[in-house]
Write a protein of this length. Structure first.
Length: 280
């Protein structure tokens, strides 16, 4: 991990930890920084030119002059299994010298500034659809130390048990005090695991589950707010109605994060491997 640094791009065309990645490969790199300036600005690179960027994380405040991005501002290569968090913005300059301006010009300038302020306030006040709270959530005394930055922390059981394939699974998911995001927990199982254990994916005509990564969701919590815990998640049948039978299954617990004020879903998701034992 490379952190606590600032890239000043100035008038350069490309700015980032790498200005340009040309025909090479960047893998498993975590960047925590500030990038200012540059026509194309990104945390990892301003320009990915026929290169490969894999398994990287960009946690940055990026302020490009024309194009800004949390990972790469301009891309003609391949980027996969990467994620970015932070803030992305663009420089905006308003003339501040009003000497010699007419009264009408001053009024126009004041109106422009007021409109920009109102637009920014409206953007900050945007509220996304409500997510139902988990009805079984309870309070937790568990607390993590605040870092003054966005912090997402959750404790979850990775040795899960359920009496049956449609019963409650004991995930023991805790979103401690001091976290800065609400969370949603899903239990997913890969198509490959389903084929190996029950001989089918349970999808109907190939539809059902998460087709982008070859998984099927078999249980999800409601929203787990900061300072709350959920002991169990209800398991569901597969899309075709098949219920998981007695046995052990390799599953994935996917955690999604939401702003506690606006309900906006964050870019970052985390995945943890777990074992689900269905007892009967």
């Amino acid at each position: 991990m490379v952190n606590n640094f600032t890239v000043t791009g100035g008038e350069a065309e490309y700015a980032g930890f790498f200005g340009v990645v040309e025909g090479g490969e960047v893998a498993n790199l975590t960047i925590d920084c500030v990038v200012k300036g540059g026509m194309y600005a990104g945390a990892v690179a301003g320009y990915c030119d026929n290169a490969l960027i894999y398994g990287c994380i960009g946690a940055a405040n990026v302020q490009g002059k024309s194009y800004s991005a949390g990972m790469v501002a301009k891309n003609s290569g391949e980027i996969f299994k990467c994620c970015s968090v932070g803030q992305v913005s663009k420089y905006m300059s308003i003339p501040y010298s009003v000497i010699g301006l007419s009264a009408a010009s001053l009024v126009l300038l004041a109106g422009l500034i007021t409109a920009l302020v109102m637009l920014n306030a409206a953007r900050q006040a945007a509220v996304y659809p409500d997510i139902p709270l988990d009805p079984n959530a309870g309070k937790t005394e568990e607390t993590i130390k605040s870092t003054g930055r966005s912090t997402a922390a959750i404790n979850i059981n990775t040795d899960i048990k359920a009496s049956s394939g449609t019963d409650w699974a004991n995930v023991q998911a805790t979103n401690p005090n001091g976290s800065t995001a609400n969370m949603l927990a899903k239990i997913e199982i890969k198509d490959e695991e389903l084929m190996n254990t029950i001989g089918k994916t349970g999808k109907v005509n190939g539809i059902g589950g998460n087709s982008s990564n070859g998984r099927v969701e078999i249980g999800t919590s409601g929203l787990i707010t900061i300072g709350s815990k959920v002991n169990s998640i209800k398991l569901n049948a597969l899309p075709d109605g098949t219920v998981l039978t007695k046995g052990k299954y390799n599953v994935i617990i996917t955690l999604s994060y939401y702003d506690p004020i606006t309900n906006k879903k964050q870019i970052l998701e985390t995945n943890s491997n777990a074992t689900l034992e269905v007892e009967s």
